[in-house]
Structures are given as C-alpha cells and as structure tokens.
Design a protein around this ligand. Structure first.
Ligand SMILES: C[S@@+](CC[C@H](N)C(=O)[O-])C[C@H]1O[C@@H](n2cnc3c(N)ncnc32)[C@H](O)[C@@H]1O
Length: 268
C-alpha cells in the first residue's frame, strides 16, 4: 500500500514560480539574523530537506559550498531549477535525492560546518531518529539550525488527524481545502476589518517570514504529513545530552508553527 505522505515537492514547484529578488532577500535576512552572521565564506552548508531550494540558494549567495538533499524527487527538481536559474555553472552546490532516515546515504555525506533542517525532521515519520541522524552530520564546533513544529497537545492531535485526512484521498483533500481556506481567508478578513487594515497587506507581508508565500504555506500547514510536533524543552534536553550548546531559540508566536533552534556542537 502507498505510504500516506504530503506531496511537498508539488507545492514547492508552485511556490518557485513566485521566487524573486525580494523573497531571496527575506530568506537571506532570516538566515543571517538567526545564525548571527553576515556571510558564509569558506563554510560548508548542508540543507536537509531542501524543498524549494531557497535556503540552499541563500547559503550559496552568502559564499558557502552547499549540499542539498530531499526525499521528494519534485523538491529535488525544484532545488535543481533554482540552481540552474542562479548558479548554473557552479561546482560548489551539489543536489541529491536522499533521506535523513537512510543510514547508507548519510555515510556518503561527511560532516558540515552548518546543518540546516528547517521544517523537515517532523515530516519524516521518525522525528527522533531523524534528529539523531542530523547530529551525526554536524562537525565539531559546527552549527545546527532546525525548525520543529511546536507540540500543542490535544490541538496538535487534531492537526495530525486533519493532515492525514488531507493526504488520504482527493475527495477528503478537496473538502478540507474548501473548508480551511474559507476559514483562513475569513478569519484574516475579519481581523483586518476590525483593525481597519487593507486585507491584501497580510498576503504581501507574509514574504517577510523567510521569503514564504501565505497561500503555499496554507497548503503545507493543511497537508504536511507525516507530522510529529515536539516540546521545545525535550529538543533542548536531547541536544544537551549530545553535548550541544543552545545559541539561539525563537518560540513560535501563536503556539502553532515551528520553534527555531540554533545549537553548537561542542564534542565530536
Ligand atoms: C516543509 S518542507 C521544508 C523545506 C525547506 N527546508 C524550507 O525551510 O523551506 C519539508 C521538506 O522535507 C522533505 N522531507 C520529508 N521527509 C524527508 C526525509 N526523510 N529526508 C529528507 N527530506 C525529507 C520534504 O520532501 C519537504 O521538501
């Protein structure tokens, strides 16, 4: 039987049509701000679950040698498409199909100065194994930047059910898209009217969030399955036991969404 899984790559393919200089700049700002750096010259950067490829592109723009991989072949194709658009001739950006859960593939990778897995590990179907495997790819003194869905207890259980239903078949998907897109749209509209704010602004302003697009994020939020959120305290304690130091942390603003962590590996 086919595994129940959201087609991330299909959504990224649509998103890549709206990637432009403004979004690339926002992606760069978000990466530099959280890492506390201005460039990545002479650094190696591993983009685990590269999706659209926007953050691989950003790391290359900042001077890093980049290795991107993703489980979903359409995400791999998206990353390839961005490379062909912006860095067609570079040998400093390698892209492959691979899984963070595949030990044989991971053995071929080596270790990196910066490992980036934003919004990925909770979608693998085996969160803690994926986290442990990611740790193996970080050099000593290297950095690990991860975004992991916040565990909201019962609310997260409901989201898990919705996401699974979305991926189950075409009919459930269409029903959930109609229902939730109406809810997302109407809630935003009501809030904007109450604040006397132009309703278009929220759609434009969303690019400030890592260069993303609100409508594409709605699909990702609704369908992103497998889905295994985690309590940030558990993530921090897991890495502390592996001899990492927490350098930066940003909790998601409204409970739903990704908590962001920047760790430094102190041991080997
Ligand atoms: C929500 S997207 C995040 C994309 C990108 N990291 C970003 O920040 O925009 C999650 C990505 O993880 C990928 N993914 C899921 N399971 C994976 C696995 N086992 N190994 C590698 N990538 C995986 C999906 O295919 C998808 O492209």
């Amino acid at each position: 039987m086919e595994e129940i899984r959201f087609k991330f790559g299909k959504n990224w393919k649509n998103f890549n049509r709206v990637v432009n200089d403004e979004r690339i700049l926002e992606a760069k700002n978000s990466l530099c701000d959280f890492l506390g750096i201005q460039d990545l010259n002479r650094k190696s950067f591993l983009d685990i679950g590269s999706g659209s490829g926007l953050f691989s592109l950003t790391a290359r723009n900042l001077g890093a040698s980049v290795h991107s991989f993703d489980y979903d072949i359409e995400s791999v194709n998206c990353t390839e498409a961005l490379k062909n658009r912006y860095f067609p001739d570079t040998t400093l950006w390698k892209i492959e199909q691979g899984s963070i859960l595949d030990p044989n593939y991971l053995k071929t990778l080596g270790q990196f100065d910066i490992c980036y897995a934003w919004g990925v590990l909770h979608h693998t179907g085996s969160l803690w194994q994926a986290i442990y495997n990611t740790h193996l790819l970080v050099k000593k003194e290297g950095l690990l930047f991860i975004g992991i869905y916040n565990d909201q207890g019962f609310i997260s259980k409901i989201w898990k059910f919705i996401k699974k239903a979305y991926c189950h078949n075409k009919i459930s998907r269409m029903i959930l898209i109609c229902l939730f897109f109406s809810i997302f749209f109407m809630t935003g509209l009501i809030v904007d009217i109450c604040k006397l704010q132009n309703p278009i602004i929220r759609y434009k302003a969303h690019k400030k969030y890592r260069g993303m697009s609100l409508i594409h994020d709605w699909y990702d939020w609704l369908g992103g399955y497998p889905y295994e959120p985690a309590d940030p305290k558990e993530i921090i304690s897991f890495f502390e036991k592996l001899n990492y130091k927490l350098l930066n942390f940003k909790a998601t603003e409204h409970g739903f969404g990704n908590n962001q962590f920047l760790f430094q590996k102190l041991g080997t």
